[in-house]
Design a binder for this molecule. Sequence first.
Ligand SMILES: [Zn+2]
Ligand SMILES: [Zn+2]
Length: 116
Amino acid sequence: MNCFAHQEISAVGVCVNCGKAACANCIKVSATQVACSKSCLKETVHKKQREKFKYNLTVIRCVRTIFASKLSIIVGAIFLGGNQSGAGCILIALGIFTYIWASLQLEYILEKKDLS
Ligand SMILES: [Zn+2]
Ligand SMILES: [Zn+2]
């Protein structure tokens, strides 16, 4: 495989962003990434940051959902103790369901993070 810009020179690496092969003159290397141009290198860094941001957001969302579900169970228990047992049962069931769902999702993304 030869360089995308210099057809006569053989490539030393492949851009992680666009997949183009680049020669030693063209290739841009950061601490962790190899790219064919400065803009591609920038793009891969942005992509990583976006992924990290998205990951953090998902974790926050899960933690928030777990918190909300606990609150729902507590409020449901208060209702159950009072004279609104129907609403209490629904809130507790909803709380348990969302708690399981959110904790499973959190476990899943934390596990995926460990693997990558
Ligand atoms: Zn590229
Ligand atoms: Zn080149």
